[in-house]
Design a protein around this ligand. Structure first.
Ligand code: FAD
Ligand code: NAD
Length: 475
């Protein structure tokens, strides 16, 4: 093995592997070190996202949504399928196949960009050196002109409800269950709690979600959050807000969760618990003494707008640095850094990072919420278009939700777009592009949208902001 590189990337998740691929495309000599281990002890590139996050969760969300639709909608379509049964083993097998194809694909990408994959642990040492310990225990000293730290994040634990890998699970464990629990407790009504709670509810579990905050989805536009909680509750998610979990006691026949809310002390007994109270940056054994790289008070690697740590040649990207913990945010940071290293232009526009919650209805947004715009003091106008007025949504039997556009009153700039409804995560791409190009509401109004498509909802929301919607009465 060569021990000298132009670029060494530590971490092969969705922030690290794109950094390595782009650096390779830029003609640099690159290695990517990654120490992910699956439950069966095998290594795979792809980090949390491909192995235990985005991809497996979306596979199960898709399967379970089909089950739900088969129960709830097929008869309306005039499709009679008899008794619907779930083969969870097959569902999990399908998911595992998708994960495997995705993670193995990274090796093909590395090959094409001439990146050296190194399975094992990397530790940054002073003087742009990296100690690489392969899984067989051999230690190698590597050096590089540039080092990119992309060590990711891990689930936060609750001291009062410690993980045991059997009854009390983290999000990864929740994706690997081999039987549908009769009663599932979810702690945290954030993105993971709602997505994985939806999966197991659709597959038949009774799901109670305990959320410490009184406000549901505080980071989401509250008009959207209010719509969302109605649908989640209709699905059967028993969401209890303002519920502070005090402790848990496990027994053979279940876990008793104790929590406190405004009404007093309560207990709820469940078969499995998923703790989904956020993630923390992962930097365990990443930084040797004297590297000069610093962590903030929450454990994130300190970087500037260009993901530079302040130490010559050392950048950090993805979940281990500030900003939303999202795969696409990490990817853009990785690509930016690899381009900057090669002397090319690189930038991440943090104001246009989209967010998606892959529930049904799906939620997606970009830019500011109405609450944030109001707090900024800027005068604004709002256009809302409900999917029940969309021919395509009705044809899809998916009329729930709406598209909402917020624009500045003075110069018509689009400040935020929020969608709750079918394919919201796909629809938001148009809004991201619009905001990337500093579009006005009028620009969207004058853009032709095919009929009948869901994207017409964005068009109509833009028109509604000026009380010029065609397909819904203006208010
Ligand atoms: P990670 O994906 O955590 O990868 C870091 C990699 O570095 C790991 O392989 C780790 O083993 C390795 N590593 C760490 N330290 C070292 C070291 N010292 N030496 C060698 N290797 C090291 N985001 C979305 O945008 N969309 C979604 O739909 C979505 N769904 C999610 C669902 C779930 C259940 C979870 C848990 C997360 C989800 N996320 C989603 C978040 C997303 O997974 C993360 O934002 C993303 O994985 C972060 O990428 P990363 O490369 O920074 O870190
Ligand atoms: P989160 O921050 O989205 O939600 C955690 C929730 O737990 C919050 O609502 C918080 O108030 C609540 N909470 C915290 N402590 C609690 C306690 N003691 N008792 C009850 N509730 C408590 O975190 P997450 O859902 O764990 O997700 C972690 C990260 O992964 C997020 O940053 C998210 O962006 C990312 N992720 C993204 C996607 C996606 O893009 N679709 C999917 C899954 C995860």
């Amino acid at each position: 093995m060569s021990d000298s590189y132009d670029v060494i990337v530590i971490g092969g998740g969705p922030a690290g592997y794109p950094a390595a691929v782009r650096a390779g495309q830029n003609g640099l000599k690159v290695a990517c070190i990654d120490d992910w281990k699956n439950f069966d002890g095998t290594h795979a590139f792809g980090g949390t996202c491909l192995n235990a996050g985005c991809i497996p969760s979306k596979a199960l969300l898709e399967s379970s949504e089909l089950v739900h639709r088969a129960h709830e909608e097929f008869a309306t379509h005039g499709i009679n399928v008899g008794k619907i049964t779930v083969d969870l083993a097959q569902m999990q097998k399908r998911k595992a196949g998708i994960v495997k194809a995705s993670t193995q694909g990274i090796l093909a990408l590395f090959k094409s960009a001439k990146v050296t994959p190194l399975a094992g642990h990397g530790r940054l040492l002073p003087g742009r050196k990296v100690e690489y310990t392969s899984f067989d225990g051999a230690v190698h000293l590597l050096e590089a002109r540039h080092i990119v730290l992309a060590s990711g994040s891990t689930p936060m634990a609750l001291r009062s409800v410690p993980f045991d890998g059997k009854q009390v699970l983290d999000s990864w464990g929740a994706l690997e269950m081999t039987a549908v629990p009769k009663r599932l407790g979810v702690i945290g009504a954030g993105v993971i709690g709602l997505e994985l709670g939806s999966v197991w509810r659709r597959l038949g579990a009774e799901v109670v979600v305990l959320e410490a905050l009184e406000t549901f989805l505080p980071m989401v536009d509250q008009q959207v959050a209010k719509e969302a909680i109605k649908h989640y509750r209709k699905l059967g998610l028993d969401i209890r807000l303002g519920a502070k979990v005090a402790g848990a006691s496990s027994a053979a026949d279940g876990v008793t969760l104790a929590y406190v809310d405004a009404a007093g002390d309560h207990t709820v007994v469940v078969d499995r618990v998923v703790v989904a109270v956020g993630r923390r940056p992962h930097t365990v054994n990443l930084l040797g003494d004297g590297t000069g790289v610093t962590l903030d008070e929450r454990g994130f690697i300190v970087v500037d707008e260009q993901c530079w740590t302040g130490v010559d040649g050392i950048h950090a990207v993805g979940d281990c640095v500030r900003g939303p913990m999202l795969a696409h945010k990490g990817k853009e940071e990785g690509v930016m850094v690899a381009d900057l290293i090669a002397g090319r232009y690189g930038e991440v526009n943090y104001r246009t990072v989209p967010s998606v919650i892959y529930t049904a209805p799906e939620i997606a947004w970009v830019g500011q919420t109405e609450e944030q715009v109001k707090a900024s003091g800027r005068a604004y106008k709002v256009g809302v278009f409900p999917f029940m007025a969309s021919g395509r949504a009705r044809a899809m039997e998916a009329p729930a939700g709406f598209a909402k556009l917020i624009a500045a009153t003075d110069d018509d700039e689009v400040l935020g777009v929020h969608v709750i409804g079918p394919m919201a995560g796909e629809l938001i791409g148009e809004a991201v592009l619009a905001m990337e190009y500093s579009a006005s509401a009028e620009d969207l109004q004058r853009t032709i949208h095919a009929h009948p498509t869901l994207s017409e909802a964005l068009h109509e929301a833009a028109l509604a902001a000026d009380k010029r919607a065609i397909d819904f009465p203006n208010r």
